[in-house]
Design a protein around this ligand. Structure first.
Ligand SMILES: NC(=O)c1ccc[n+]([C@@H]2O[C@H](COP(=O)([O-])OP(=O)(O)OC[C@H]3O[C@@H](n4cnc5c(N)ncnc54)[C@H](OP(=O)(O)O)[C@@H]3O)[C@@H](O)[C@H]2O)c1
Length: 283
């Protein structure tokens, strides 16, 4: 199988390329960064993807800075919606399966139990809205696969984990939101899960996160404890107190049973994945 991956310089795209080389050595996975295929310059996208002669296009590129999307709505629409339209149409032209990565932020978080793939989206933010519109484009491509995930982090790039470690190296107290609950997900674990779904030729929507749930406050406390930063105190605050430009869902929990039923595998617990990332054993 030949796979082209957009957003290959990002946290997830880079892991898809690396995990494919490690776990599926007979497949060829080609990473495309912004310099190869710029979603704001559609003329660059088609030749970059077509030259990979892909059977599958995994579209990881996106504008992911949630608060910046709120303030730069037209840029977010251009990258996340129009950019997705271009990649999806090139995938279709190449006869390749289209894989779209989506997010828990398409939900409003008002449900009291984990969201299933069939729950109706109702995004609270510009980012969530652009990702939902991207899903709509993906869904129109026959045989496409939409993978929704949450709270991604890894050893490379900027993430909640790297931010907490940076802040904790200079501050004695960290004030972290305690009223949003979800599943921190290791990019390498998600990358392998996407490859597993491709192996099964899955199509439709799948929720994929590490197992178990926590708040950002719990997540920060665990990072501090595992990194043994004993002198740092984590203080719980509300989303209202933090006052970010973009609203986030309070309930970000995704039900992953469809993924478990199709692959026969359960994603490992988020704490186990975090420990591996912090000790350098997982990406
Ligand atoms: N991060 C999360 O917590 C999270 C949660 C749920 C779902 N997701 C989804 O998962 C996917 C991967 O996210 P991630 O965490 O890997 O994001 P990331 O680390 O921010 O990577 C985003 C990638 O998109 C590329 N990109 C941005 N604008 C582009 C443009 N105009 N043209 C081409 N490439 C462009 C970036 O390139 P540069 O490096 O050049 O900027 C980067 O390679 C995204 O679809 C995101 O919406 C993320």
């Amino acid at each position: 199988m030949r796979i082209a991956v957009t957003g290959a310089s990002g946290g997830l795209g880079g892991r898809v390329v690396a995990m494919c080389a490690a776990y599926y050595p007979s497949w060829e996975c080609i990473g495309l960064a912004r310099k190869d295929a710029d979603l704001l310059n559609p003329a660059t996208v088609e030749p970059a993807i077509i030259s990979c002669r892909p059977d599958v296009v995994v579209h990881c590129a996106a504008m992911t800075a949630v608060d910046v999307c709120e303030e730069e709505q037209s840029l977010a629409m251009a990258i996340n919606v129009e950019g997705t339209r271009v990649v999806a149409s090139v995938a279709k032209k190449a006869g390749a399966k289209f894989v779209y990565i989506s997010t828990d932020y398409i939900f409003d978080g008002k449900k009291e139990t984990p969201y299933t793939e069939d729950d109706p989206p109702n995004p609270l933010s510009v980012y969530g809205k652009t990702k939902m519109l991207g899903e709509g484009i993906a869904a129109e491509v026959l045989g496409s696969l939409i993978v929704r995930t949450s709270w991604l982090y890894g050893s490379a790039g900027k993430s909640f984990v790297s931010t907490i470690l940076r802040l904790a190296s200079t501050q004695k107290e960290l004030r972290i939101v305690n009223d949003q609950v979800g599943a921190p997900t290791c990019s390498a674990d998600l990358a392998l899960a996407i490859l597993r779904l491709l192996e099964k030729d899955a199509s439709g929507i799948y929720h994929v996160t590490n197992s178990g749930y926590c708040s950002w406050f719990d997540f920060a406390r665990e990072i501090i404890a595992m990194w043994k930063m004993d002198g740092v105190t984590v203080i719980p605050i509300t989303s209202l107190e933090l006052g970010r430009p973009a609203k986030r869902p309070l309930n970000s929990r995704l039900d992953c049973s469809r993924y478990e039923n199709v692959t026969g595998e359960r994603m490992r617990e988020w704490r186990t994945a975090l420990a591996d990332v912090l000790c350098g054993a997982a990406g």
